[in-house]
Design a protein around this ligand. Structure first.
Ligand code: SF4
Length: 292
């Protein structure tokens, strides 16, 4: 693939400090990504307050806000008068919010999904509930790649999820964004419909609360820090760096143990962030021969 001048998609953990959040948002926007997925934890509510006004002015970049309902119901966020909500997509994280008034506001978002991290704990606890709520509201679900240190979904978790999926009798056009290849396959979806190999340092990067530019939320290889005063156009400079190219090269290698598999060309070994050593085969893969 042609080497891009900057990432197309950035996942971002919004910091608690509004000044830092504002500075990082401007640095990220300067690189003109197509997509930003901003995770707002409850402690970063004020950080979000620092950028809410900017979200109302978005033009080309599509922003998805990922947060618990309780966080989004916080007075600080609602006092931004909610105009930003119409301009973003929302992924509601568990525990899911019950309040009708909130869901009424959230339904004005460009897109609304019920989300959860792809971890054994979240999947066992919330997957069936997310499906039920999304079905009730005629929306979809998003199972997001987990924060590092991450571990693969167990067979038991995947089987339970497949059972819940089947029992829910979802409509044919039900939207499900599932990052995990093996969960996706167990649900009867096409795992490769949206997956064209690991995107870390290729088209995607992650920015943490401290401003570190990282390969991916799940594979935490640090490229540099966006708040480094010595850098001009920090995101573009770091993206052009040899360090980013080296990490990309490392993550794009198909692990030796996958080369016999008929799917190796498609999956490239799956998610390195879910392998035992951070570079080997995705720990969720039962091994070559599982897929026919
Ligand atoms: S490291 Fe894993 S989670 Fe991150 S982009 Fe690659 S496959 Fe996806």
């Amino acid at each position: 693939m042609h080497d891009l001048k900057s990432p197309l998609r950035i996942t971002w953990d919004v910091p608690a400090d509004p000044l830092r959040a504002d500075a990082l948002f401007k640095i990220i926007m300067e690189a003109r990504p197509l997509f930003i997925e901003a995770f707002v934890s409850h402690k970063s509510v004020w950080g979000f307050w620092g950028i809410a006004g900017e979200l109302e002015k978005l033009r080309q970049t599509r922003v998805t806000v990922i947060a618990e309902g309780e966080t989004l119901c916080d007075k600080a966020i609602l006092s931004c008068d909610g105009c930003w909500m119409k301009n973003v997509s929302l992924i509601l994280m568990p525990p899911y919010e019950e309040h009708g008034f909130f869901l009424c506001a959230a339904s004005h978002a460009r897109e609304l999904l019920w989300g959860l991290w792809s971890t054994n704990v979240d999947m066992e606890k919330y997957f069936a509930e997310a499906l039920g709520r999304a079905k009730g509201f005629k929306r979809g679900v998003a199972v997001l790649n987990p924060p590092a240190p991450a571990e693969p979904l167990s067979r038991k978790t995947i089987e339970n999820a497949a059972k819940a999926w089947k029992e829910m009798e979802l409509p044919e056009n039900f939207e499900a964004r599932i990052h995990d290849l093996f969960l996706s396959e167990a649900l009867g979806l096409n795992p490769f419909e949206h997956y064209h190999g690991c995107a870390a340092c290729q088209t995607l990067a992650h920015v943490d609360e401290k401003g570190n530019l990282i390969a991916c939320r799940t594979a935490p290889h640090v490229i540099g820090n966006l708040l480094d005063d010595s850098l001009q156009s920090p995101l573009k400079s770091l993206w052009r760096s040899q360090k980013r190219r080296d990490i990309r090269e490392m993550l794009s290698q198909t692990p030796k143990e996958c080369r016999e598999c008929v799917l190796a060309d498609k999956c490239g070994g799956g998610c390195h962030g879910l392998s035992a050593d951070g570079l080997g085969r995705d720990g969720g893969c039962p091994g070559p021969g599982f897929f026919k």
